[in-house]
Design a protein around this ligand. Structure first.
Ligand code: NDP
Length: 365
């Protein structure tokens, strides 16, 4: 009993230490790594553009540490519960800190909340400040870094565990690693595009985003990986081709739509699919993907997550909780964003929705 308790306490201690060290190192890395160019986020805050370097450097150091035996990626799953508890503690503490900071700044510096306050609980949930920063780093944009690099590391730990147990890596695991690493790598290649997303431009930094970044994404979005550790059978060639096609199709939609919108917001005179961007009122894009559906970027992301999950086969339906959850989240989000855009663009939005009738699946929804 004592021994079990001691082990658990030790795991919690390791979990909290790993988490704290990871976040602090990423923050330091964000501050000191060279930046290709200065970028302004949200309300004019400086945002470091060195995410890709940070991601590659972190993965490189972890791979080196693992090869030299200083750390063990295969041991990570053992600490996942302790890490999960620590990440929750951190997310709740940061939420409270952001709330108190927002209150103080509103009182003493008359800094706008980026939205109206309708009570303490609502302010805790949705946040008080739009773009809080620390040491000149936009915290909202920074938080995607521990979130997605953490996700990549947890995913890689499943492959390391499989190799440790079975001595080799299975085809489904290889596919899963390629798909998920490609997704995170592409996020960092396109990190600047995040500055034109709804979360960064319009959502305040409260529990919803903080918990999403530090808990939901790394721990829940890695769900399929758990089911692959002991899946040693292979996938037929046609299955590999079909899953890869689904993944690439999703990527084409997801990245294509996000990239077109980002390019348009940065330069309204840009060309989309070889032609000058067509707009409604100069602010709403109706060319390219944005003329086919109002949220094809969401549809593409769903296809990508479905491809991740299909690598697990159908022995258990539990990993499908991930694409199912994301479907609910993005369908609700598409509806919420429509309301937000209607309030912001008024008649122009009505014209846009009249012309682009479907949200996520042309002719269906
Ligand atoms: P979008 O990138 O689609 O941004 C929506 C905003 O874009 C609107 O609020 C509006 O903002 C602007 N906009 C909408 N239509 C047009 C148009 N036709 N022309 C020009 N601007 C337009 O959504 P999100 O920010 O929600 O998502 C960004 C990415 O993040 C998506 O790919 C999504 O899949 C992904 N995501 C992933 C999640 C996950 O958990 N994996 C969760 C949430 C999002 P404005 O007021 O600035 O004009």
């Amino acid at each position: 009993m004592d021994a079990a308790f001691a082990t658990t306490s030790q795991e919690y201690f390791y979990g909290a230490s790993i988490l704290a060290g990871f976040i602090v190192l990423l923050l330091i890395g964000s501050l000191i790594l060279p930046e290709p160019r200065p970028v302004l986020a949200g309300s004019g805050q400086r945002h470091s553009s060195n995410g890709l370097k940070l991601f590659i450097l972190t993965l490189g150091l972890v791979a080196l540490g693992n090869a030299l035996g200083w750390i063990s990626l295969a041991a990570l799953p053992k600490y996942v519960f302790a890490l999960f508890v620590s990440a929750n503690g951190f997310a709740f503490a940061l939420t409270l800190l952001m709330f108190l900071r927002g209150q103080r700044r509103a009182r003493t510096e008359h800094v706008g909340r980026g939205g109206r306050s309708t009570g303490v609980l609502r302010d805790l949930f949705f946040g008080t400040e739009l773009n809080p920063s620390f040491a000149g780093v936009d915290l909202k944009v920074f938080s995607y870094r521990p979130s997605l690099i953490g996700l990549a590391l947890i995913n890689l730990s499943f492959a390391a565990t499989q190799v440790e147990i079975y001595g080799s890596i299975s085809t489904p695991m290889v596919l899963y690693q390629v798909f998920t690493l490609g997704y995170v790598l592409n996020y960092f290649q396109f990190e600047e595009g995040m500055l034109n997303t709804w979360d960064v431009r319009s959502e305040r930094f409260g529990w919803m985003l903080i918990w999403g970044d530090f808990v939901l994404v790394p721990f829940f979005y890695s769900l399929p990986g758990w089911f692959l550790v002991h899946r040693t059978e292979t996938i037929p060639v046609w299955g590999v081709v079909a899953l890869t096609a689904l993944y690439l199709f999703g990527f084409w939609l997801f990245r294509g739509a996000n990239e077109q919108k980002h390019r348009f917001k940065s330069d309204p005179a840009t060309r989309i699919w070889g032609k000058p961007a067509e707009t409604i009122g100069g602010c709403l894009l109706v060319s390219g993907f944005w003329g086919l559906g109002r949220h094809l970027n969401y549809t593409g992301e769903l296809a990508i997550y479905l491809a991740f999950t299909l690598t697990t086969g159908f022995d258990s339906l539990l990993p499908y909780a991930l694409p199912a959850w994301l479907t609910l989240l993005l369908v609700h989000r598409a509806w919420r964003d429509d309301r937000h855009c209607h309030a912001k663009y008024g008649q122009l939005w009505t014209l846009y929705t009249g012309r682009v009738r479907f949200r996520m699946v042309p002719f269906l929804y």
